[in-house]
Write a new protein. Sequence first.
Length: 345
Amino acid sequence: MRAVVLNGPNDFAPTDLPKPAIGENEMLMEMKKAAVCGTDMRILTGAKTKGVRYPSVIGHEMCGVISEVGKNVAGFQAGDKVSIANVIPCGSCPACLEGRENACMNRKAIGYEFNGGFEEYVLIPEIAIKSGNVIKLPEHVSFTAGALIEPLACCIRGLKNAGTGFNDTVLIVGAGPIGLMHMQLSRIAGAKQVIVSEPNGMRRQAAVELGADKVVDPVSEDLEQIVKDATNDMGADVIVMAIGVPSLVNSTLKLCKKGGTVNLFAGFAGTGECSIEVNTIHYNEINVNGSTAYKRADYLEAADMVIGGKINLDKIATHTFKIDEFQEAYELCRSGKGLKVMIEP
């Protein structure tokens, strides 16, 4: 089978690998669509190395069809369309026992400890099956939407941490795939208006088409004044930073309403260090929080939304490449000219 094998930072290529042989308690999924995530890009470039194996196959946003089922596995059969919640918490560490399985101290993940989605056939380990991480999907759900349930689940976790609710004014900083998901989720949560800040014209247009109330080019327009005008000088109730640029944090905090929340959703570049005028937080009583991964409950909620047609994920995918065209997919991701880039066999 063909797979994109990662041998080290900036060292990856499509390669022939043996088709995985499953055990009695495992399954094999024929990959139909896998999405390239910003985290995947940091792994490929070497910006992220923690928990990364060499050589390995990465890719954690995936959807496919079960092709083989171990004899001890119940509830699945060949031909089932499935998506996979790739994060597998241990269930017993302090974080898990406190209800924060998304921040599990001993979590394992498909695409890290186990080979991931950038290959024709993905072995689904016993631990993922027993943990309920394999989700059946009906035929009307596209393979693209099925693969994007995973990042949607992450966004649902961020939405809950941000506390977005009815009648809020929400500012989304960044209209990449994650920002566009956050924008749609904010509207579903009952936001009064959703403002999107994005310098890329193509991404601004996507935000308009997916329902943003105001779309701002922060390079040529005065974002601060636009937020003030939209909120009677109060500031946004909730701000989601969906782009990992540390230098933008301080100016973004100043756009938040007193008592509002800023969710630092994105993984930030480099060390993530930046200068912050802490009195902005102190005197305005701004709540600043982060968000990592998702709980399995978030994943199930994301799947339900996709199955019920409550959110448009297919629109966020703009390009599809074959496994053997992975270098082209990688270059397109680096260029920022697309949104979600999909890989197929």
